[in-house]
Design a protein around this ligand. Structure first.
Ligand SMILES: Cc1ncc(COP(=O)(O)O)c(C=O)c1O
Length: 421
């Protein structure tokens, strides 16, 4: 099938929710993807943080084939051997006690919000003052379902679906005074991404996270961290909160967990888990044997990669800092490990840079209008960082002020066969 025919069919048959780049991908191997015209791309986006081991990792493929031949789905009415094994690994690396498995990031987050309310109810029943409010952060992103939207602090995602779930307050990002002002005994949870992803790769400050931990401990409210994008090795530790020396009560993870298969998880302490009992929450597909068996393998491979992520993350960060000294269009370089961003002074420039890199066969993306986001697979080497930084250097020279506006050619067009390898 050609790109043109797929585009034509999709236009007629799919809901118009995506504005896709005009590329039809056919195969992936390691750090590279190939499109229907034979063009090769260096993947520095990993399917938005999912393909942490790149494409077609031999150990993932072997685990997938082995389990697909044995058992794919049984439902949560029965046992299979991998949920407990996976939970064992996740609780060991997180320091939490229990897991619930689901299918996606937003579903993990919904589970966390429900747990916060259900746990608060157990406290309320014990004669405590009613706790029901949730505090989330401005600029956050937690997913597209209603509870997730209600805690997402970005107008563009919320507004089309109002009214949303009541009882959510938004605190200014890293604004410790605002957090203290809004927090009281009616709050059942403070909810935040340790590093905001869609919001522009913004790590929460140590002071803010420490304050959130202290306030919640004081009243018995929960601290819920969303590490769907920044967790599972992305920042060079298993979890981003491990850089801060605190531990949450509830943690959500997803994206790379099953190396491309849909799988999310909600991890909690025994204390918070008291909010749930049989029948109160569930899923048909979540935590099936195929996804869980692959996730067990992913975590095994990940254990040998954390130092590499730190080393390459530091190298990449330094190279981007250096680029900043030469391009006044770079406002800031941010991030941790291999979750990095270059914040530019104009959305047009950011758009043009992403388009130019794509024409040169490098996949990155733009978030929060002006932010170039890098989420490469954990298996990159320095030479790949060098290639991307060189391409950025040239794209910024060509597309930044004083040249000003994005060139007309910023619309993505891949010339036929120009990069066949
Ligand atoms: C921090 C964070 N939370 C939640 C989500 C939602 O995950 P999903 O798209 O798997 O529902 C995302 C997705 O990008 C995310 O980055």
């Amino acid at each position: 099938m050609s790109l043109a025919s797929v585009m034509k069919s999709e236009e007629k048959l799919l809901l118009p929710t995506y504005d896709r780049h005009k590329i039809l991908f056919e195969k992936g191997r390691g750090l590279y993807l190939w499109d229907s015209e034979g063009n090769k791309y260096l993947d520095f986006l990993s399917g938005i943080g999912v393909n942490a081991l790149g494409h077609g990792h031999p150990r993932i493929q072997a685990a997938l084939k082995k389990q697909a031949g044995k058992l794919i789905h049984v439902s949560n009415l029965f046992f299979h051997e991998y949920q407990a094994e996976l939970a064992q690994k996740l609780t060991k690396i997180s320091g939490l006690d229990r897991a619930f498995f689901c299918n996606s990031g937003t579903e993990a987050w919904e589970g966390a919000l429900k747990l916060a309310r259900a746990y608060a109810r157990t406290q309320n029943n014990n004669g405590h003052k009613a706790k029901w409010r949730l505090l989330a952060l401005e600029g956050s992103f937690h997913g597209r379902t209603f509870g997730s939207l209600a805690t997402t602090g970005q107008k563009k995602y919320r507004q089309p679906f109002a009214p949303l779930m009541p009882g959510v307050g938004f605190v200014g990002f890293n604004d410790v005074d605002d957090l203290k002002r809004q927090f009281d005994g009616s709050v059942c949870a403070i909810c935040l991404e340790t590093v905001q992803g869609e919001g522009g790769i913004r790590p929460v400050s140590a002071e803010f996270l420490r304050t959130a931990r202290e306030l919640t401990e004081r009243t018995g409210a929960l601290l819920i961290l969303d590490e769907i994008q920044c967790g599972l090795g992305r920042t060079g530790k298993y979890f981003a909160y491990q850089h801060y020396g605190i531990k949450p009560d509830v943690l959500t993870v997803a994206k790379p967990l099953a190396a491309g298969l849909p799988l999310g998880a909600l991890l909690t302490t025994n204390r918070a888990a008291a909010g749930f009992h049989p029948g109160i929450h569930g899923t048909t597909f979540g935590g099936g044997p195929l996804a869980c068996a692959v996730a067990v393998e992913f975590l095994d491979v990940l254990s040998g990669l954390l130092d590499h992520v730190s080393e390459l993350g530091n190298y990449f960060h330094e190279r981007l800092d250096n680029l900043k000294t030469r391009h006044s269009s770079i406002r800031e370089v941010r991030g941790m490990g291999l979750m990095l961003a270059v914040d530019l002074d104009s959305a047009d420039t950011a758009k043009a840079v992403v388009a130019q890199l794509l024409r040169e066969g490098i996949l990155i993306n733009r978030t929060h209008e002006t932010v170039l986001r890098f989420l490469p697979p954990y298996i990159i080497q320095k030479k790949h960082v060098d290639q991307v930084v060189r391409a950025l250097d040239s794209a910024l020279s060509q597309n930044s002020k004083p040249t000003g506006r994005a060139p007309k050619s910023s619309q993505v067009k891949i010339e036929k066969g120009n990069r066949k390898r």
